[in-house]
Design a protein around this ligand. Structure first.
Ligand SMILES: C[S@@+](CC[C@H](N)C(=O)[O-])C[C@H]1O[C@@H](n2cnc3c(N)ncnc32)[C@H](O)[C@@H]1O
Length: 250
């Protein structure tokens, strides 16, 4: 039987939690209609709050997962220049199940080696080192991919190791972004390229997907300022629907 790749869904556990509490909120809201007076107001307020906090972002997560499963917001779709480089060394930080790293490995035109690191916090993301290695084997890219444990704030590679560093949907989760950027700067070769893919806050679709949790994301100028202040050059921000891609040079 043919083995199938499994890139998984982001935040499956959070979605289950959101669905349970969202359903309870929906019941509370429906129940408010058979009440009257003060109780009706209290139940409907709690119901609506519960729907906004739990059900809305959970449905948004479903939509995000479907979108990323279709690879519509993928850096290999948006950053075609990387694929043309000659024999590049590329590091994908927070590689997860390998969605980006494996696509790079499959689509590079002129050779190259892809490395992926992740803290593989399985409980939250559902990703694991075993899963990404299995995906790479099934996709026939084991020979030009290497995956291992590693954090963005302590990257397990020598200085000046990479032509490209890719960080997709990771850095908004990192409290010490300055430390992360100084580590990326350290492992990039001179003139090396950094690509960051993130949702951006000031966008209707980001709000539709995330509801109240839109606050987790940043505005485009945040990323441009942060990279400029952390020694990166030629910082460019490009929109692709609710997704923003920041590219910069060391
Ligand atoms: C939303 S997933 C994105 C996965 C992948 N980059 C993609 O686009 O499909 C975020 C990933 O970042 C990883 N992550 C979180 N904190 C990290 C850290 N400090 N260092 C490296 N990876 C981290 C998580 O384990 C998770 O796999």
């Amino acid at each position: 039987m043919n083995e199938k790749v499994n890139y998984g869904w982001y935040h499956k556990n959070i979605m289950i939690f959101g669905l349970i509490f969202g359903s309870i909120a929906l019941l509370i809201f429906i129940y408010s209609f058979i009440l009257s007076g003060f109780l009706r107001i209290i139940f409907s307020i709690f119901g609506i709050l519960g729907l906004m906090v739990f059900l809305w972002p959970t449905l948004g997560l479903f939509a995000i997962n479907i979108r990323t499963d279709n690879n519509r917001s993928h850096p290999t779709v948006n950053c075609k220049e990387i694929l043309e480089l000659k024999n590049p060394k590329i590091l994908d930080i927070g590689c997860g199940s390998g969605r980006c790293a494996i696509q790079f490995a499959k689509n590079l035109k002129n050779g190259g080696q892809i490395f992926g690191i992740d803290i593989f916090n399985n409980a939250i993301s559902g990703n694991s080192l075993e899963k990404v290695r299995t995906n790479a084997r099934i996709e026939n890219v084991s020979s030009n991919t290497t995956f291992k444990y590693g954090s963005i704030t302590e990257i397990p590679f020598e200085n000046h190791s990479f032509d490209v560093v890719n960080v997709s949907y990771v850095i908004h989760e990192i409290p010490d972004k300055e430390k992360a950027l100084s580590e990326i700067y350290r492992v990039l070769k001179p003139n090396g390229w950094l690509f960051i893919t993130e949702f951006h806050k000031r966008n209707l679709f980001t709000f539709i997907y995330n509801g109240l949790f839109t606050f987790r994301y940043k505005n485009p100028h945040f990323w441009v300022n942060l990279l400029t202040q952390n020694r990166f050059n030629d910082v460019i921000y490009a929109n692709s629907g609710p997704i923003g891609i920041v590219s910069a040079l060391k």
